[in-house]
Design a protein around this ligand. Structure first.
Ligand SMILES: [Zn+2]
Length: 143
């Protein structure tokens, strides 16, 4: 009857069935049929995602936007610098996550990724204490 009536809602199914039949636990049976129907399941609204997703437009050119992060693998600290448009990535091993170490690693890897006389760049970092210290004492000598 659910398929013959072109997949009615639970309320509509209940009205149609009650016109001709009487059964115990009719609402539960209708609810089970509607919930297990693939067509009805595919037409249900999806729940809203918990976290809002956001994105930024891609950069206008290559070599002006980077992302830096520190990874821990096999008890080693790896400083990673990735160009956001091309995903070209360079990395180096670092001894600790102090701001001076991170600053030196960034200063060592940036010239490999962009020309020294090139335009200023934007480096996105996580709010780790070492990176925050770099941002607080950031000056033009770094890049
Ligand atoms: Zn259905």
């Amino acid at each position: 009857m659910h398929i013959k009536c072109s997949h009615p809602s639970k309320h509509q199914s209940k009205l149609v069935v009650k016109r001709c039949f009487y059964a115990l636990d009719l609402e539960k049976a209708i609810s089970d049929i509607t919930d297990t129907c693939r067509v009805c399941s595919s037409l249900q609204k999806l729940p809203q995602p918990v976290a809002e997703q956001s994105t930024q437009p891609p950069p206008q050119s290559i070599g002006i936007s980077f992302a830096a992060d520190v990874l821990k693998r096999c008890k080693q600290l790896i400083f990673l610098l990735r160009e956001t448009a091309s995903s070209y990535t360079v990395c180096c091993l670092i001894d600790d996550e102090r701001s001076t170490t991170l600053r030196n690693a960034l200063a060592r890897l940036c010239p490999e990724m962009r020309p020294i006389t090139g335009p200023p760049v934007v480096v996105s970092v996580d709010p780790e204490p070492g990176f925050v210290k770099i941002l607080l004492c950031f000056n033009s000598e770094l890049l």
